[in-house]
Design a binder for this molecule. Structure first.
Ligand code: AMP
Length: 366
């Protein structure tokens, strides 16, 4: 293992709240942090040792950044391929570009799930409105059309209630623009009548050791995560299968770092994989206060070549996202001794903006 000594510098691409919490975890282990991203006065910049505010395409800034850090990691996966390749040529990058690439594209992601024998909702690659109309014969509505790349929090998605919605859905995801290139632009997915949504965060160290957090049960509001509850209301067999899928996925990607896998639970207790992210995940924020070691520390340990530890949970927990004006409820949480508050330092509470989260703890039930 290439183990970083205290005082070494972790470079982090991206400077949002996930970067902020990574910096805080790195600081606890004695590391300096250098964040790189396009946004000034970002959540991560406020707590990092050093910050570079530059575009991901700025190779001069990337060169200076890579020379100043001991290893580079990511707080989000939608980094341009050219920036990742540039950094890989100049310094050590974990996780590797291959893992990021699979998670950047819904088609590659779904093909990958099939290779590890993990089931997904029925899907078809779509590159034109005619493809969509043909696919609706195999996957009848209700269905969801999703852009293959750069979608998040429900953006770039349209639900089709019937085949008559095809044209409106196509216009919604393309923005009315012509689709260029040969790769699939979007996927059509069968709409799943799930009993609940869960996710598992797996971590893998440089020595190949894998640890998994317990599944969290996730509820979305307005296409954005609202709450994560642990323990999730799933059977022990379903929880074990969910951890098995996350373990197979992180292993097959040969990923050093974190992998979050989101899944739908069917009424029969089966699991259908939705998507993955090779980084800390909003649905893993509960680990900060309910586990011995949280997702951010596991990621720092993995990237820095330190051993991973069993992340055993010591409390029941509900994580509430504070989105937009939710942050005005702060006094209620400040008065609650069971509430652990995490704010991201964003000055303006715009609608739909993640401002922070709160973990409400209860004694462990099982
Ligand atoms: P995604 O961006 O793929 O994570 O989708 C965001 C949310 O939309 C998911 O967490 C689900 O709540 C819902 N959703 C996405 N795909 C489907 C589907 N195929 N069936 C039912 N709900 C879905």
């Amino acid at each position: 293992m290439q183990r970083l000594s205290p005082g070494a510098t972790l470079g982090i691409l991206g400077n949002g709240q996930l970067g902020r919490m990574l910096c805080l975890a790195a600081a606890r282990l004695g590391y300096r942090t250098h964040v790189f991203g396009p946004e000034a006065d970002s959540p991560a910049e406020q707590v990092a040792t050093v910050s570079t505010v530059a575009d991901y395409s700025d190779e001069t800034a990337l060169a200076t950044f890579s020379a100043a850090v001991d290893v580079v990691t990511f707080e989000f996966e939608n980094v341009p391929a050219a920036a990742a390749a540039f950094l890989a040529a100049h310094t050590q990058v974990r996780p590797s570009w291959r893992a990021l690439e699979v998670c950047q594209d819904r088609v590659k992601e779904k093909q990958f799930f099939a290779t590890i024998k993990a089931t997904t909702p029925a899907w078809r690659a779509i590159n034109a409105q005619a493809d969509l109309e043909a696919a609706l014969k195999d996957i009848p509505a209700p269905a969801v059309l999703k852009t293959a790349r750069f979608g998040y929090d429900g953006k770039g998605q349209a639900k089709l209630r019937s085949a008559a919605d095809a044209s409106a859905a196509w216009n919604a995801v393309t923005g009315g623009k012509a689709v260029q290139g040969n790769g699939a632009f979007a996927v059509l997915e069968a709409f799943v009548d799930f009993t609940c949504e869960i996710s598992v965060i797996a971590a893998r160290g440089q020595d190949g050791k894998i640890v998994c957090f317990e599944p969290s049960e996730n509820v979305h509001a307005n296409h954005m995560l609202d709450t994560s509850t642990v323990p999730a209301r799933v059977s022990a067999a379903t929880a074990a299968e969910a951890r098995g899928i996350a373990t197979r996925a992180i292993e097959a990607l040969d990923l050093v770092g974190l992998l979050a896998v989101e899944m739908f639970v069917t009424p029969a207790g089966g699991l259908l994989c939705n998507e993955m992210a090779p980084r800390p995940h909003n649905s893993g924020h509960w680990t900060q206060d309910a586990c011995g070691t949280d997702q951010f520390e596991q990621m720092v340990r993995a990237v820095a070549g330190l051993p991973l530890v069993d992340p055993a949970r010591h409390a029941d927990v509900v994580m509430h996202n504070l989105v937009g004006e939710d942050v005005n409820d702060l006094d209620r949480y400040l008065a609650d001794p069971a509430a652990r508050i995490h704010l991201y330092g964003k000055r303006e509470a715009r609608p739909g903006r993640k401002m922070g989260h709160v973990n409400i703890l209860k004694p462990k039930s099982g």
